[in-house]
Design a protein around this ligand. Structure first.
Ligand code: PEP
Ligand code: MG
Length: 578
């Protein structure tokens, strides 16, 4: 038995066997060969197994995740049947007398290079990322190094990973992936956020301490405390099985709050909305009684696809969200690509500091064709519900003006094309300190602001949100952060604008009392946090919380003092739903 403590990232308790998700070592050496026909046989055998494997993955993905996800694997299968590609690899083996691994990589690298240089043909460039994936698969069979496909997991497991990209997480089927344990990441890394949306218990930030866990070990994950136990004793298994039952019971009690309007004990009505990343998250939001969507992270549409989603593909998704939310307010954020949200098919150079780099609105303004396609899809969807649009990572007023300009140009074009568009409220994410400081000036240009604390905290504290080494500095309750938040909320209210928050702090049980005191109008959070937050707010008197918030920003100089103030001010509140 071994116990580990990590960062609690997604509530709930899971017990199952370990499944290591590791990046395979596909390195090889160039070899001279004497018998080309043997090498070609080896190549074709690897291709045949890869094709069979792709068919299985395609079938399973279709059943578990849907047809658009399955399309990718169909495309991969088609590449492996392309006679021109196969002939080139074959003739490289014959002419150069080299091993199949080398010939395969040489030919596919050539294709990738040519495709990447065709910058004006998006379809062709997308093919290059498919070729890269297919090459990896065939190589894995040539080298006999198994490739792990998250979509192929078909028994109940706890994933043990060094790092998880959001697209890995997106492939998990929650009925099989019961828990997640990973070396990297903090509570606000995007894979942690996705695990909360999928309601998969997760603990992150182990910094390499998981190396000893083997496939098949029994693992307990407590996503509420950050405890992970490997090969537990019988007594521990019993204890956590009981905790799991208690957790489920508490969750079912919260269902009483599903159809209630959010209200403080003295009758203030902030809205509790949900953050979503995909259409799959929408059911969870509705199931948990969201009063709106406060953040739709549309970049996941781009990341879940092997090509830039077309205007129609996007339109259909936005329309579905608006229709399903049935006139409730929906805020859709334009794509926030970059940072830890990479798009393999968009050929963007690697950066030393991606979180300070080419990201979000910066990329949208630099690639206006991609941005305009999204804006048109949004505008066309506007007539199907109550839509607001916001721009991520706005830093300067000039950027906002440029984005609004493009938005208005597309609106006018659509109206001329006789397409029905409804008025759309425009807002910004306030997540860069420069924008936060000038919030009063931004107020003249927008209809609302939504505070993105996940990024705002990392930029105020200069501590990467996903870096475990500096996670002690990632402090949501630091008075510097709280003052900045109050400044933004006050600037909104002074200018008669509503102030929203869609960073993870909006669903944080310690932060909520302070935010109620600051008069935040909308709390947007992972669906799994909605009901417990509604239960908490119901027990708070907003007037007492005003006093608490003022005390926190004027008298505290450290996070710990703020936490103490909150507990003092809420000691008559039953924290039974934590
Ligand atoms: C934020 O930064 O708080 C936010 C909601 O955006 P994201 O987590 O997608 O960066
Ligand atoms: Mg952000």
């Amino acid at each position: 038995m071994k116990e580990f403590k990590g960062i609690a990232a997604s509530d709930g308790i899971a017990i199952a066997s370990a499944f290591r998700l590791t990046e395979p070592d596909l390195s090889f050496k160039k070899r001279s060969i004497t018998d080309a026909s043997d090498e070609i046989k080896r190549l074709y055998a690897a291709i045949d197994v890869s094709k069979d494997e792709l068919l299985t993955i395609q079938q399973r993905t279709l059943e578990d995740l849907g047809s658009s996800e399955a399309e990718v694997f169909k495309a991969h299968g088609a590449i492996l049947s392309d006679p021109e590609l196969l002939n080139r690899i074959k003739s490289t083996i014959e002419k150069e007398k080299v091993n199949a691994e080398y010939a395969l990589t040489k030919v596919t690298d050539g294709y990738i290079k040519i495709f990447n240089s065709m910058t004006d043909n998006e379809y062709i460039r997308q093919r290059s990322s498919d070729i890269r994936d297919v090459t990896k698969r065939v190589l894995s069979h040539l080298l006999r190094v198994p490739l792990v496909d998250p979509a192929l997991i078909h028994h109940k497991v706890i994933i043990i990973a060094h790092d998880l990209t959001p697209s890995d997480t997106a492939q998990f089927v929650p009925s099989y992936v019961l828990g997640i344990v990973s070396d990297m990441g903090g509570r606000t890394s995007h894979s942690a956020i996705m695990s909360r949306s999928l309601e998969i218990p997760a603990v992150v930030g182990f910094k390499g301490r998981l190396a000893d866990i083997k496939n098949g070990d029994t693992v307990i994950v407590d996503g509420s405390t950050g405890n992970v136990i490997v090969n537990p004793t019988e007594a521990q298994t019993d204890e956590y099985t009981q905790k799991q039952a208690d957790y489920r019971q508490r969750k079912s009690k919260l269902a009483d709050f599903k159809h209630q309007m959010t209200s403080s004990s003295d009758g203030k009505h902030p809205i509790i909305a949900a953050n979503i990343g995909t259409l799959d998250d929408l059911d969870g939001a509705i199931e948990n009684g969201a009063e709106g969507i406060g953040l739709f992270r549309t970049e996941f549409l781009y990341m879940d696809s092997n090509h830039l989603p077309t205007e129609d593909e996007q339109f259909n998704v936005y329309k579905t969200v608006l229709q399903k939310m049935d006139k409730k307010p929906v805020i859709i954020r334009t794509a926030d690509i970059g940072g830890d949200k990479d798009l393999p098919y968009l050929d963007v150079p690697k950066e030393a500091n991606p979180f300070l780099g080419y990201r979000a609105i910066r990329m949208s303004l630099d690639k206006p064709d991609i941005f305009r396609t999204q804006v048109r899809a949004l505008l066309r969807a506007s007539s199907f519900g109550n839509l607001s649009v916001m721009f991520p990572m706005i830093t300067t007023i000039n950027e906002l003006k440029k984005a609004k300009n493009i938005f208005n140009q597309e609106r006018i074009k659509l109206i001329r094309e006789k397409v029905r568009v409804k008025p759309v409220k425009i807002g910004i994410m306030v997540e860069v300190p420069a924008a936060a400081i000038l919030a009063d000036q931004f107020a003249n240009e927008v209809d609302f602001m939504s505070i993105g604390t996940n990024d705002l905290i990392q930029y105020i504290m200069a501590a990467d949100r996903g870096n475990r080494m500096v996670s002690y500095l990632y402090q949501p309750y630091n008075p510097a952060v709280l003052r900045m938040i109050k400044h933004i909320i006050d600037a909104c209210h002074d200018n008669n604008l509503p102030a929203y928050m869609c960073g993870e702090m909006a669903g944080d049980q310690t932060a909520i009392p302070i935010l109620v005191g600051m008069g935040l109008n909308e709390f947007s959070m992972s669906a799994s946090s909605i009901l417990k937050s509604r239960a908490l707010i119901k027990r708070l008197d907003s007037r007492e919380m005003v006093t608490l918030a003022n005390k926190a920003v004027t008298m505290a100089s450290a996070s710990e003092e703020v936490t103490a103030f909150v507990h003092q001010a809420t000691n008559n509140v039953q924290w039974i739903y934590k």
